[in-house]
Design a protein around this ligand. Structure first.
Ligand code: GTP
Ligand code: MG
Length: 363
């Protein structure tokens, strides 16, 4: 009887009222949407991006948007204009403040007045780059004292893109300035909260979740692990001897990757595929090599340093019970270089992402 009623209810619509017919139509439509969603979810990989502040997580997402997504339209790029200006003011403020704290005299004493000008600037109120400031920046950047201060930038906090902005100052100061894709990649704006970006690669939807890496933001990481198939952990190679600022307090770290190792150790206990990205590969310069590579009698080069760093992290990834190495896949990148990220991401996709889909029974 029940079966007969059910058959009649879903197929023999002629004897139903208008309301009942509508209810059935809605019911069927919801069923179809849910089935579609389920199909899509089965082909979706959720990748969580982790790493300390300024390690390059948001830059990586921007690259995914350029390489696999809709990119940045002229309107999108125009939206970054104010941030580019504010980054330049932030850099000049930090640089001129460091002139005072490090007690470096200006080669041209007149430039001290320009330095003071930047000290008084309220960054968040700067929406334009007036000619007056452009002249001041040009004079300051040419000052030998400021150059000496810039070369000591590891002793204070300075935006990584400072030199890039200075090299492009005339273009940026032009009245018809519209940021290029590279300008967008160079912008520094710390992430707060949890953001995600989805895109399709070979019929698979990748949802990459970007979180803030500053200390106050790191406590939010725990809320993001649900349904995560892979982790991308970014570590910055440029911070090996950087003085870090956390919660407005300076923390002197003689070798910052140690800091990453601590959080890394917590992460590897979570049984996921971990893609380990060592960013700022161009920071692999002689001082880093001297600090990192133990004396071995042979010439230290970037390859030595990469092997050393890779092993250091891998050693921490060995399971205490099985002595086996967890699923760690290391890569070296320059996140602002689109071609480099395209290549690295292809490797990541071909190995880890496909593997995790197989493991989860999706492929
Ligand atoms: N030169 C250089 N700059 C980089 C590289 N990767 C990132 N940057 C720059 O470093 C700055 C910080 O990068 P973000 O991507 O915002 O860092 P994040 O990890 O998202 O930082 P939080 O949001 O605070 O956690 C930006 O100005 C980037 O342009 C790199 O490999 N080389
Ligand atoms: Mg970010």
């Amino acid at each position: 009887m029940g079966v007969c009623w059910r058959w009649c209810y879903t197929t023999c619509v002629c004897c139903l009222s208008e309301d009942e017919k509508n209810a059935i139509a809605i019911h069927n439509e919801i069923k179809r949407i849910l089935a579609d969603q389920k199909k899509r979810e089965r082909r979706e990989i959720k990748v969580l991006l982790l790493g300390t502040g300024e390690s390059g997580k948001t830059t990586f997402i921007k690259q995914m948007r350029i390489i696999h997504g809709k990119g940045f339209s002229e309107d999108d790029r125009r939206g970054y204009t104010k941030l580019v200006f504010q980054n330049i003011f932030t850099a000049m403020k930090a640089l001129t403040a460091a002139m005072n704290t490090l007690r470096i005299p200006y080669a041209n004493p007149q430039n001290e007045i320009y330095g003071k000008q930047f000290q008084e600037v309220e960054i968040c109120q700067m929406a334009h780059l007036d000619r007056m400031y452009v002249d001041a920046i040009r004079r300051l950047w040419a000052d030998e004292g400021v150059k000496a201060c810039y070369s000591r930038r590891r002793e204070y906090q300075l935006l990584d893109s400072t030199e890039y902005y200075m090299a492009n100052l005339e273009r940026i100061a032009a009245p018809d300035f519209i940021p290029t894709a590279q300008d967008v990649l160079r912008v520094r704006f710390p992430t707060t909260g949890i953001n995600d970006y989805s895109f399709s690669v070979e019929k698979i939807t990748l949802r990459i979740v970007d979180v803030g890496g500053q200390k106050s933001e790191r406590r939010k990481w725990i809320h993001c692990f649900e349904n995560v198939t892979s982790l991308i952990f970014l570590a910055s190679l440029s911070e090996y001897d950087q003085v870090l600022e956390e919660n407005n307090k300076e923390v002197s770290v003689s070798f910052a990757p140690v800091l990453f190792l601590v959080s890394f150790k917590i992460l590897i206990n979570i049984n996921k595929f971990i893609i380990l990205i060592f960013n700022y590969i161009l920071a692999l310069t002689p001082p880093l090599l001297c600090g990192l590579v133990p004396p071995s009698g042979k010439r230290r080069d970037a390859q030595d340093a990469m092997d050393f760093i890779r092993n250091m992290y891998k050693q921490r990834a060995v399971s205490a019970e099985t002595k086996e190495c967890k699923n760690i896949y290391p890569h070296f990148t320059c996140a602002t270089d689109t071609n480099n990220i395209r290549k690295v991401f292809n490797d990541v996709k071909d190995t880890v992402l496909i593997k995790s889909l197989q493991e989860y029974g999706v492929l």
